[in-house]
Design a protein around this ligand. Structure first.
Ligand SMILES: *Cc1c(COP(=O)(O)O)cnc(C)c1O
Length: 344
């Protein structure tokens, strides 16, 4: 099977498995797992923040970040296509008592500055806007990369209005690879950023919340409250260290493959896709109604031909990652052509 459902399907590399087996560990709730400490230091440095906290998942990292940044009667502004709003079971609203104020996402993953400015609230009769949350790269917006200029403008707008910026940077290193800027630069305008080790970086488990020392002391309490404090976590953190040190540089290979895939998909009759929108490792496309089949049917037909893809809303989605080779892309394109030729 060629698995393009997500970059989360990546398996740990041999170096990760070895590091996991050899990792010195301790009780991380007591703060003395040396491998976790090392990972947290590396992570903080990678995004230019003072401190970091290891969490079991990206969703818990978002929850910890946002619950720690807010109090009662507060709201977070997030995009209509954000992972936070569309894919986390409403956790920050339901578990966190945090009002989710949704602003439409543009296809490029931004929310317009005008919409954001109109959305921020500080009147006595509304929840108070505490946080604006951005996503970079933007998962459901074809892995779009937010420009540093845009992120800075949103941070300035937030600060002017008494709010602050949270960055869901699950794939921040993809944004770095695609923009040529460092993750430190991309994260600088944000008070808090979290990123995933378990996507394109290939680690089996884990995310990190990154921010100031003082913030992390509170975030550690929030993690504990959510049941995310873990014990001999060094076995997992060890894979994360390999992910951060060995897997970042190669992300541009995934982008090159996705670009190649997008360009050639766009040449197939009936596939609706602008390859210029594909800047990272996520390819999202539609099928022309004239083909008589939708994305779900294409998904089923591709599966019979050994290719797994996912759906993003009603769109078809393919994600490249370190287990996909150029020769796989050739096979995928052939399978797509055959699937579209099949009798309806
Ligand atoms: C995957 C993802 C998450 C959540 O990560 P999990 O580890 O799957 O919980 C959060 N935000 C974005 C943008 C993601 O792509």
């Amino acid at each position: 099977m060629i698995d393009l459902r997500s970059d989360t399907v990546t398996q740990p590399t041999p170096a990760m498995r070895k590091a996991m087996a050899d990792a010195p560990v301790g009780d991380d709730v007591l703060g003395d797992d040396p491998t976790v400490i090392q990972l947290q230091e590396l992570a903080a440095e990678a995004v230019g923040k003072e401190a970091a906290l290891f969490t079991p998942s990206g969703i818990m990292a978002n929850l910890i970040s946002l619950l720690t940044m807010t109090g009662r009667n507060d709201e977070v502004i997030c995009g209509s296509e954000s992972h936070l709003y569309t894919a986390e079971v409403g956790g920050v609203g339901i578990l966190g008592n945090l009002f989710m104020h949704v602003v439409p996402n543009e296809p490029d993953g931004t929310m317009s500055l005008t919409s954001l400015n109109n959305a921020v609230r500080d009147q006595v009769y509304a929840p108070r806007t505490r946080v604006i949350s951005l996503e970079n790269t933007h998962n459901r917006c074809s892995g779009a990369v937010l420009t540093l200029d845009y992120v800075q403008q949103v941070a300035a707008l937030a600060n002017e209005r008494g709010a602050c910026l949270h960055l869901d940077g699950a794939r921040i290193f993809n944004a770095a690879a695609a923009s040529g800027l460092s993750a430190v630069e991309l994260a600088r305008p944000a008070e808090v950023i979290n990123f995933c080790l378990s996507k394109g970086l290939g680690a089996p488990v884990g995310s990190l919340v990154c921010g100031s020392q003082a913030f992390m002391a509170e975030a550690r309490r929030t993690r504990r409250m959510l049941g995310g404090g873990m014990r001999q976590t060094g076995v997992l953190a060890a894979a994360g260290i390999v992910a951060l040190t060995q897997m970042r540089e190669r992300l541009s290979e995934d982008h090159a493959l996705a670009g190649m895939l997008a360009t050639q998909l766009a040449e197939i009759e009936g596939i609706l896709l602008d390859p210029d929108t594909v800047r990272t490792n996520i390819v999202i496309f539609d099928l022309s109604p004239s083909l008589g089949i939708g994305a779900r049917e294409l998904q089923a037909r591709l599966k019979e031909r050994g290719v797994l893809i996912s759906l993003s809303g009603s769109h078809a989605r393919m994600v490249t990652h370190h287990m996909i080779r150029p020769s796989d892309i050739v096979q995928v394109l052939e399978a797509v052509k055959q699937s579209l030729r099949e009798e309806n």
